[in-house]
Design a protein around this ligand. Structure first.
Ligand SMILES: Nc1nc2c(c(=O)[nH]1)N[C@H]1C(S)=C(S)[C@@H](COP(=O)(O)O)O[C@H]1N2
Ligand SMILES: [Mo]
Length: 372
Protein backbone atom coordinates (compact mmCIF):
# COMPACT_ATOMS: atom_id res chain seq x y z
CA UNK A 1 0.00 0.00 0.00
CA UNK A 2 1.07 3.54 -0.68
CA UNK A 3 0.87 5.64 2.45
CA UNK A 4 0.79 9.34 1.74
CA UNK A 5 2.61 11.72 3.95
CA UNK A 6 -0.48 13.18 5.58
CA UNK A 7 -1.94 9.91 6.74
CA UNK A 8 1.58 8.95 7.62
CA UNK A 9 1.84 11.81 10.09
CA UNK A 10 -1.41 10.81 11.69
CA UNK A 11 -0.38 7.23 12.44
CA UNK A 12 1.37 5.91 15.49
CA UNK A 13 5.08 6.09 14.80
CA UNK A 14 5.87 2.79 16.44
CA UNK A 15 3.88 0.86 13.87
CA UNK A 16 5.79 2.21 10.92
CA UNK A 17 8.94 1.53 9.06
CA UNK A 18 10.21 4.89 7.90
CA UNK A 19 11.20 5.27 4.30
CA UNK A 20 14.90 5.91 3.74
CA UNK A 21 14.40 9.64 3.20
CA UNK A 22 12.83 10.11 6.60
CA UNK A 23 15.40 8.15 8.53
CA UNK A 24 17.93 10.42 10.20
CA UNK A 25 21.04 8.54 9.16
CA UNK A 26 21.96 6.29 12.05
CA UNK A 27 19.90 3.52 13.54
CA UNK A 28 18.01 5.84 15.87
CA UNK A 29 14.31 5.79 15.04
CA UNK A 30 12.67 9.14 14.49
CA UNK A 31 9.24 10.65 14.45
CA UNK A 32 8.35 13.65 12.31
CA UNK A 33 7.51 16.94 13.95
CA UNK A 34 4.99 18.64 11.63
CA UNK A 35 5.22 22.13 10.20
CA UNK A 36 2.09 24.08 11.07
CA UNK A 37 0.28 27.17 9.83
CA UNK A 38 0.86 26.30 6.17
CA UNK A 39 -1.40 25.40 3.25
CA UNK A 40 -3.31 22.12 3.20
CA UNK A 41 -3.19 21.34 -0.55
CA UNK A 42 -1.94 17.85 -1.41
CA UNK A 43 1.77 17.42 -2.14
CA UNK A 44 3.23 15.57 -5.10
CA UNK A 45 -0.04 15.37 -7.08
CA UNK A 46 -1.47 17.78 -9.63
CA UNK A 47 -4.79 19.50 -8.96
CA UNK A 48 -6.84 22.12 -10.78
CA UNK A 49 -6.64 23.00 -14.43
CA UNK A 50 -4.97 25.45 -16.75
CA UNK A 51 -3.76 28.72 -15.24
CA UNK A 52 -4.95 27.74 -11.77
CA UNK A 53 -3.60 24.16 -12.03
CA UNK A 54 -0.76 23.39 -9.63
CA UNK A 55 1.44 20.61 -8.31
CA UNK A 56 3.33 21.30 -5.12
CA UNK A 57 6.45 19.23 -4.62
CA UNK A 58 6.95 17.54 -1.25
CA UNK A 59 10.23 19.28 -0.41
CA UNK A 60 10.90 16.85 2.45
CA UNK A 61 11.74 14.24 -0.20
CA UNK A 62 14.64 16.31 -1.57
CA UNK A 63 17.70 14.88 0.12
CA UNK A 64 21.41 14.73 -0.51
CA UNK A 65 21.09 11.17 -1.79
CA UNK A 66 18.01 12.09 -3.82
CA UNK A 67 18.49 15.66 -5.04
CA UNK A 68 16.44 15.38 -8.25
CA UNK A 69 12.65 15.52 -8.32
CA UNK A 70 10.97 12.95 -10.62
CA UNK A 71 8.95 14.46 -13.48
CA UNK A 72 5.57 13.50 -12.04
CA UNK A 73 6.40 15.18 -8.69
CA UNK A 74 8.16 18.25 -10.06
CA UNK A 75 6.20 21.37 -9.17
CA UNK A 76 3.77 22.73 -11.72
CA UNK A 77 2.71 26.35 -11.93
CA UNK A 78 0.05 26.53 -14.66
CA UNK A 79 -1.03 23.21 -16.15
CA UNK A 80 -1.12 22.46 -19.85
CA UNK A 81 -3.42 24.81 -21.82
CA UNK A 82 -6.64 23.25 -23.05
CA UNK A 83 -6.06 23.83 -26.76
CA UNK A 84 -2.39 23.33 -27.39
CA UNK A 85 -1.63 22.75 -31.09
CA UNK A 86 -0.49 19.21 -31.91
CA UNK A 87 3.20 18.65 -31.33
CA UNK A 88 3.78 17.28 -34.82
CA UNK A 89 3.29 20.67 -36.39
CA UNK A 90 5.12 22.60 -33.65
CA UNK A 91 7.95 24.96 -34.50
CA UNK A 92 9.57 27.85 -32.67
CA UNK A 93 9.68 31.04 -34.75
CA UNK A 94 12.81 33.08 -34.20
CA UNK A 95 12.31 36.58 -35.57
CA UNK A 96 15.45 38.65 -36.04
CA UNK A 97 16.15 42.21 -37.16
CA UNK A 98 15.05 43.38 -40.61
CA UNK A 99 12.30 40.79 -40.90
CA UNK A 100 14.69 37.84 -40.79
CA UNK A 101 12.80 34.75 -39.62
CA UNK A 102 13.93 31.23 -38.80
CA UNK A 103 11.56 28.35 -38.21
CA UNK A 104 13.09 25.88 -35.75
CA UNK A 105 11.30 22.55 -35.94
CA UNK A 106 11.15 19.92 -33.23
CA UNK A 107 13.35 17.70 -35.39
CA UNK A 108 15.96 20.49 -35.56
CA UNK A 109 15.84 20.81 -31.77
CA UNK A 110 16.00 17.08 -31.04
CA UNK A 111 18.96 16.68 -33.36
CA UNK A 112 20.89 19.46 -31.61
CA UNK A 113 19.79 18.63 -28.06
CA UNK A 114 22.45 17.68 -25.50
CA UNK A 115 22.59 17.31 -21.70
CA UNK A 116 22.40 20.73 -20.04
CA UNK A 117 22.87 19.74 -16.41
CA UNK A 118 20.83 19.74 -13.21
CA UNK A 119 19.14 23.01 -12.26
CA UNK A 120 17.09 24.16 -9.30
CA UNK A 121 13.94 26.11 -10.15
CA UNK A 122 11.70 28.03 -7.79
CA UNK A 123 8.54 29.98 -8.47
CA UNK A 124 9.00 33.56 -7.31
CA UNK A 125 5.50 33.16 -5.88
CA UNK A 126 6.46 30.18 -3.68
CA UNK A 127 5.35 30.35 -0.08
CA UNK A 128 4.00 28.72 3.06
CA UNK A 129 0.56 28.43 1.40
CA UNK A 130 2.19 25.81 -0.89
CA UNK A 131 4.31 24.32 1.89
CA UNK A 132 7.18 25.82 -0.14
CA UNK A 133 6.56 23.15 -2.75
CA UNK A 134 7.02 25.38 -5.80
CA UNK A 135 10.65 24.37 -5.73
CA UNK A 136 12.28 21.46 -7.60
CA UNK A 137 15.38 20.30 -9.44
CA UNK A 138 15.69 18.25 -12.60
CA UNK A 139 18.27 17.19 -15.13
CA UNK A 140 17.60 18.84 -18.49
CA UNK A 141 18.34 18.23 -22.16
CA UNK A 142 18.14 20.97 -24.75
CA UNK A 143 19.69 23.47 -27.15
CA UNK A 144 21.39 26.75 -26.16
CA UNK A 145 19.15 29.72 -26.97
CA UNK A 146 22.05 31.82 -28.15
CA UNK A 147 22.77 29.38 -31.00
CA UNK A 148 19.20 29.89 -32.28
CA UNK A 149 19.37 33.67 -31.91
CA UNK A 150 22.53 33.68 -34.03
CA UNK A 151 20.72 31.82 -36.78
CA UNK A 152 18.22 34.67 -36.96
CA UNK A 153 20.94 37.32 -36.89
CA UNK A 154 20.29 38.39 -33.29
CA UNK A 155 23.74 39.07 -31.90
CA UNK A 156 24.02 42.84 -31.54
CA UNK A 157 25.05 43.51 -27.91
CA UNK A 158 22.14 44.85 -25.88
CA UNK A 159 19.51 43.38 -28.21
CA UNK A 160 16.32 42.42 -26.45
CA UNK A 161 14.18 39.42 -27.29
CA UNK A 162 10.64 38.53 -26.29
CA UNK A 163 10.05 34.82 -25.57
CA UNK A 164 6.36 33.85 -25.74
CA UNK A 165 4.49 30.71 -24.94
CA UNK A 166 1.24 29.29 -26.18
CA UNK A 167 -1.23 29.93 -23.36
CA UNK A 168 -4.73 29.60 -24.72
CA UNK A 169 -6.63 28.59 -21.62
CA UNK A 170 -10.35 28.01 -21.98
CA UNK A 171 -11.08 29.23 -18.47
CA UNK A 172 -9.83 32.50 -17.06
CA UNK A 173 -7.92 32.61 -13.80
CA UNK A 174 -8.80 34.63 -10.75
CA UNK A 175 -5.18 35.35 -9.90
CA UNK A 176 -2.87 34.96 -12.92
CA UNK A 177 -2.82 36.65 -16.29
CA UNK A 178 -2.71 34.35 -19.32
CA UNK A 179 -0.03 34.49 -22.00
CA UNK A 180 3.36 34.01 -20.38
CA UNK A 181 6.17 35.95 -21.99
CA UNK A 182 9.40 37.57 -20.85
CA UNK A 183 11.93 39.98 -22.36
CA UNK A 184 15.67 39.33 -22.00
CA UNK A 185 18.85 40.84 -23.36
CA UNK A 186 21.01 38.43 -25.35
CA UNK A 187 23.70 38.87 -22.69
CA UNK A 188 21.32 37.77 -19.93
CA UNK A 189 20.43 34.62 -21.86
CA UNK A 190 24.09 33.94 -22.64
CA UNK A 191 25.25 34.49 -19.06
CA UNK A 192 22.54 32.21 -17.64
CA UNK A 193 23.28 29.59 -20.33
CA UNK A 194 19.58 29.50 -21.16
CA UNK A 195 18.37 26.69 -23.38
CA UNK A 196 15.30 25.34 -25.09
CA UNK A 197 14.47 22.14 -23.23
CA UNK A 198 13.08 19.12 -25.02
CA UNK A 199 13.63 16.51 -22.30
CA UNK A 200 13.57 16.40 -18.52
CA UNK A 201 15.21 13.72 -16.37
CA UNK A 202 15.86 11.64 -19.48
CA UNK A 203 12.23 11.55 -20.64
CA UNK A 204 10.33 13.63 -23.18
CA UNK A 205 9.19 16.92 -21.67
CA UNK A 206 5.79 16.34 -19.97
CA UNK A 207 2.76 18.39 -21.08
CA UNK A 208 2.46 20.25 -17.76
CA UNK A 209 6.13 21.24 -17.96
CA UNK A 210 5.86 22.83 -21.40
CA UNK A 211 5.90 20.07 -24.04
CA UNK A 212 7.00 19.95 -26.72
CA UNK A 213 9.54 22.69 -25.92
CA UNK A 214 10.14 25.24 -23.17
CA UNK A 215 12.68 27.87 -22.33
CA UNK A 216 14.81 27.11 -19.27
CA UNK A 217 16.77 29.97 -17.73
CA UNK A 218 19.04 28.46 -15.04
CA UNK A 219 19.58 30.55 -11.88
CA UNK A 220 16.48 32.74 -12.62
CA UNK A 221 13.08 32.37 -10.97
CA UNK A 222 10.77 30.00 -12.83
CA UNK A 223 8.53 32.81 -14.14
CA UNK A 224 10.98 33.55 -16.97
CA UNK A 225 11.26 29.89 -18.11
CA UNK A 226 8.45 30.10 -20.66
CA UNK A 227 6.58 26.82 -21.30
CA UNK A 228 4.97 25.77 -24.61
CA UNK A 229 7.44 28.12 -26.27
CA UNK A 230 6.27 29.33 -29.66
CA UNK A 231 8.28 32.43 -30.51
CA UNK A 232 11.42 34.38 -29.74
CA UNK A 233 11.36 37.80 -31.38
CA UNK A 234 13.72 40.74 -31.31
CA UNK A 235 11.98 43.82 -29.84
CA UNK A 236 12.98 47.47 -29.84
CA UNK A 237 14.98 48.90 -26.96
CA UNK A 238 11.99 50.74 -25.49
CA UNK A 239 9.66 47.71 -25.58
CA UNK A 240 7.01 47.65 -22.83
CA UNK A 241 7.31 45.01 -20.11
CA UNK A 242 4.98 42.02 -20.46
CA UNK A 243 2.00 41.26 -18.18
CA UNK A 244 3.99 38.29 -16.78
CA UNK A 245 6.91 40.58 -15.91
CA UNK A 246 4.52 42.99 -14.23
CA UNK A 247 2.72 40.22 -12.34
CA UNK A 248 6.05 39.06 -10.88
CA UNK A 249 7.68 42.50 -10.47
CA UNK A 250 7.59 42.67 -6.68
CA UNK A 251 8.43 38.98 -6.28
CA UNK A 252 11.50 39.36 -8.50
CA UNK A 253 12.52 42.41 -6.48
CA UNK A 254 11.98 45.14 -9.08
CA UNK A 255 11.62 48.82 -8.18
CA UNK A 256 7.87 49.16 -8.41
CA UNK A 257 6.33 47.83 -11.62
CA UNK A 258 8.47 49.19 -14.48
CA UNK A 259 6.61 49.97 -17.71
CA UNK A 260 9.63 49.29 -19.90
CA UNK A 261 11.41 45.92 -20.13
CA UNK A 262 14.74 47.75 -20.10
CA UNK A 263 14.07 48.83 -16.51
CA UNK A 264 13.84 45.24 -15.17
CA UNK A 265 16.72 43.67 -13.30
CA UNK A 266 17.49 40.02 -14.13
CA UNK A 267 15.06 37.84 -12.14
CA UNK A 268 17.88 35.86 -10.53
CA UNK A 269 17.11 33.73 -7.47
CA UNK A 270 18.90 35.12 -4.47
CA UNK A 271 20.36 32.78 -1.90
CA UNK A 272 17.56 31.02 -0.04
CA UNK A 273 17.39 28.31 2.60
CA UNK A 274 14.49 26.29 3.93
CA UNK A 275 13.93 23.75 6.71
CA UNK A 276 12.31 20.72 5.07
CA UNK A 277 12.10 18.09 7.82
CA UNK A 278 12.10 18.13 11.59
CA UNK A 279 12.18 14.81 13.36
CA UNK A 280 12.29 13.85 16.99
CA UNK A 281 15.12 11.43 17.73
CA UNK A 282 14.27 8.73 20.18
CA UNK A 283 16.28 6.42 22.35
CA UNK A 284 18.95 8.97 23.18
CA UNK A 285 17.60 11.33 25.79
CA UNK A 286 14.31 13.11 26.09
CA UNK A 287 13.69 15.68 23.42
CA UNK A 288 16.38 15.92 20.82
CA UNK A 289 15.27 16.82 17.32
CA UNK A 290 17.06 16.95 14.03
CA UNK A 291 16.32 19.67 11.50
CA UNK A 292 17.13 19.01 7.85
CA UNK A 293 17.15 21.72 5.23
CA UNK A 294 18.06 22.98 1.79
CA UNK A 295 19.84 26.01 0.40
CA UNK A 296 19.94 27.18 -3.21
CA UNK A 297 20.32 30.23 -5.44
CA UNK A 298 22.65 33.18 -5.13
CA UNK A 299 25.19 31.89 -7.63
CA UNK A 300 27.56 30.69 -4.96
CA UNK A 301 26.54 28.85 -1.79
CA UNK A 302 28.19 29.99 1.46
CA UNK A 303 30.10 27.46 3.56
CA UNK A 304 27.85 27.77 6.56
CA UNK A 305 24.40 28.97 7.50
CA UNK A 306 22.98 30.02 10.87
CA UNK A 307 19.97 28.02 11.96
CA UNK A 308 17.76 29.79 14.47
CA UNK A 309 14.83 28.55 16.45
CA UNK A 310 12.84 30.53 18.93
CA UNK A 311 14.32 30.46 22.42
CA UNK A 312 17.66 28.98 21.39
CA UNK A 313 20.94 30.54 20.29
CA UNK A 314 21.62 30.26 16.55
CA UNK A 315 23.67 27.25 15.47
CA UNK A 316 26.28 27.59 12.75
CA UNK A 317 26.08 24.56 10.49
CA UNK A 318 28.02 23.62 7.37
CA UNK A 319 26.36 23.46 3.96
CA UNK A 320 27.05 20.18 2.23
CA UNK A 321 26.68 20.17 -1.53
CA UNK A 322 25.05 17.38 -3.47
CA UNK A 323 27.39 15.49 -5.78
CA UNK A 324 25.49 16.47 -8.94
CA UNK A 325 22.91 19.11 -8.10
CA UNK A 326 23.13 22.79 -7.19
CA UNK A 327 21.52 22.35 -3.77
CA UNK A 328 23.21 22.84 -0.44
CA UNK A 329 22.07 20.53 2.35
CA UNK A 330 22.32 21.28 6.05
CA UNK A 331 21.26 19.53 9.20
CA UNK A 332 21.55 20.26 12.87
CA UNK A 333 20.31 19.02 16.20
CA UNK A 334 17.89 21.00 18.27
CA UNK A 335 16.51 20.50 21.74
CA UNK A 336 13.12 22.13 22.17
CA UNK A 337 12.86 23.42 25.74
CA UNK A 338 9.24 22.29 26.12
CA UNK A 339 6.11 21.53 24.19
CA UNK A 340 4.94 24.42 22.04
CA UNK A 341 5.35 26.11 18.71
CA UNK A 342 8.73 27.16 17.44
CA UNK A 343 9.83 29.19 14.45
CA UNK A 344 12.79 27.82 12.56
CA UNK A 345 14.69 30.09 10.24
CA UNK A 346 18.03 30.34 8.53
CA UNK A 347 20.25 33.38 8.30
CA UNK A 348 23.35 34.09 6.27
CA UNK A 349 26.10 36.16 7.84
CA UNK A 350 28.31 36.40 4.79
CA UNK A 351 28.39 40.13 3.97
CA UNK A 352 29.10 39.39 0.30
CA UNK A 353 25.83 37.50 -0.14
CA UNK A 354 22.47 39.18 -0.69
CA UNK A 355 19.60 37.18 0.71
CA UNK A 356 16.73 39.60 1.20
CA UNK A 357 13.92 37.04 1.18
CA UNK A 358 15.74 35.07 3.89
CA UNK A 359 16.38 38.19 5.93
CA UNK A 360 12.68 39.13 5.68
CA UNK A 361 11.64 35.77 7.16
CA UNK A 362 10.06 34.56 3.92
CA UNK A 363 11.32 30.99 4.46
CA UNK A 364 10.66 30.81 8.22
CA UNK A 365 8.58 27.76 9.17
CA UNK A 366 6.81 26.88 12.40
CA UNK A 367 6.79 23.45 14.02
CA UNK A 368 4.50 22.17 16.75
CA UNK A 369 6.17 20.03 19.41
CA UNK A 370 3.37 18.22 21.20
CA UNK A 371 5.32 15.88 23.46
CA UNK A 372 8.86 15.57 24.77
N1 LIG B 1 3.62 29.46 -21.08
C1 LIG B 1 3.79 29.59 -19.76
N2 LIG B 1 5.02 29.43 -19.27
C2 LIG B 1 5.24 29.56 -17.95
C3 LIG B 1 4.18 29.89 -17.06
C4 LIG B 1 2.89 30.04 -17.60
O1 LIG B 1 1.91 30.32 -16.90
N3 LIG B 1 2.73 29.88 -18.96
N4 LIG B 1 4.44 30.02 -15.70
C5 LIG B 1 5.82 30.34 -15.34
C6 LIG B 1 6.08 30.22 -13.92
S1 LIG B 1 5.45 31.45 -12.94
C7 LIG B 1 6.89 29.23 -13.40
S2 LIG B 1 7.30 29.23 -11.78
C8 LIG B 1 7.41 28.13 -14.25
C9 LIG B 1 7.06 26.79 -13.65
O2 LIG B 1 7.48 25.73 -14.48
P1 LIG B 1 6.97 24.26 -14.12
O3 LIG B 1 5.47 24.32 -14.04
O4 LIG B 1 7.49 23.35 -15.15
O5 LIG B 1 7.54 23.95 -12.77
O6 LIG B 1 6.88 28.20 -15.57
C10 LIG B 1 6.84 29.50 -16.11
N5 LIG B 1 6.50 29.38 -17.49
MO1 LIG C 1 6.42 31.21 -10.92
Amino acid sequence: VRVDRRSFLGLAAGALIWPQTLRPGGSVSAEPVPFVGEGAAPLGAAFGEGLDGRLYTDVSTITRGNPIVPNDRYYVRTRVPSDLPVARSWAVRVLGPGGRAVRVTLDDLRRAAAPRGVHVMECAGNGAFARFGMLSAAEWTGVPVVSLLERAGISEPGSRVLASGHDAHATASSSSSAGASWIFTVEELARAEAFLATAMNGAALPADHGAPVRLLVPTWYGCSSIKWLSEIAVVDPGAPSTPQMKEFASRTDQDGVPERAADYKPAIMELAALPVQVEKLRGEGPARCRILGLAWGGGRLPETVLVESSRQAPARVPLISAPAAPWGFWSCEWTPPGVGRYNISVQIDDPGVRARRLAQGFYTRTVAVTSL
